[in-house]
Design a protein around this ligand. Structure first.
Ligand code: LER
Ligand code: MN
Length: 272
């Protein structure tokens, strides 16, 4: 039996983000289904796009393990830590709408990635951190009521100064103390920020709610220099049996990127 479920990040939107499958959504679903994937992670702007994606994914019997929200920052500038309370409020509102939509369509969780902001918009990093804590506490209470999980993703320093490492993420989870808040670990960011990727995965342990896989250069696994045998062995050691979702630059083409992901999951987990 496979150890983890397989997904790939895709979007029905003309996204300003490169590590996502942007081809015709039906084509993406057909390719993933053909390669025996279990789910498709969707990156959206509006809740309606999630509802639409979920209806299509259902036709291919694919689950939606997580909903990416960072496009709302990249396209609309919505940030949970923006100095303007109006912008912060709109970010909060959009996330609540996406949590509600995730509950309706049975998606696994909602991602807090870039929508937290870069950390340099508020008067100080400390002020941004405090804003983030308050916003996440409110969002998590809402998510808990809706039966949806929130996935806080440590991001590398070039994308945000707020929560770069697993240790940062665990600290914030402890400070907030909300049962619906989990970590999303991403091997691309971890390769930049962690001392030993495998040690950090073990440290995160049961608080891992979702997992992004990409090679060192953010291409599909196998096209860079990360050791997915030891990374996925560390993930298995935590008892994690959820989704491993490829968030990769789709090169040389979608079918190859998806096939490489499926292969690495099969090979790296065959002895586990
Ligand atoms: C999103 O999952 C992610 O990893 C970020 O790099 C988005 O900017
Ligand atoms: Mn990611």
């Amino acid at each position: 039996m496979p150890r983890f479920k397989a997904a790939m990040v895709a979007t029905p939107v003309k996204a300003r983000f490169e590590a996502v499958a942007k081809e015709d959504f039906a084509k993406v679903l057909a390719i993933l289904k053909g390669l025996d994937f279990d789910g498709v992670e969707v990156s959206v702007l509006e809740p309606e796009q999630l509802v639409f994606s979920a209806a299509m994914a259902k036709e291919y019997s694919l689950e939606i393990p997580a909903v990416g929200t960072g496009l709302n920052f990249l396209h609309y500038g919505l940030s949970l830590t923006h100095p303007d309370p109006g912008v912060r409020g709109r970010a909060q509102e959009r996330l609540k709408q996406l949590i509600d939509a995730a509950a309706r369509v049975g998606a696994g969780g909602v991602i807090i990635g870039l929508i937290r902001g870069r950390g340099d918009e508020a008067p100080s990093l400390e002020a941004a951190y405090e804003l983030l804590k308050g916003q996440l506490a409110e969002l998590c209470a809402h998510a808990e009521r809706q039966g949806v999980r929130l996935f806080l993703e440590p991001l590398n320093r070039y994308e945000s100064r707020l929560v770069n490492t697993v240790a940062d993420g665990l600290r914030l989870l402890d400070e907030i103390g909300c049962g619906a808040l989990y970590l999303l670990l991403d091997t691309f960011h971890m390769n930049i920020e962690e001392r030993v990727v495998e040690d950090s995965i073990r440290q995160a342990g049961t608080r891992i709610g979702h997992f992004h896989i990409a090679d060192s250069n953010r291409l599909a696994p196998g096209l860079g220099h990360l050791n997915f045998g030891s990374i996925l062995a560390a993930l298995a050691d935590t008892g994690y049996t959820g989704y491993v979702s490829a968030e990769v630059i789709v090169k040389p083409d979608l079918e190859t990127a998806a096939r490489l992901t499926a292969n690495v999951l099969r090979v790296a987990t065959s002895g586990l």
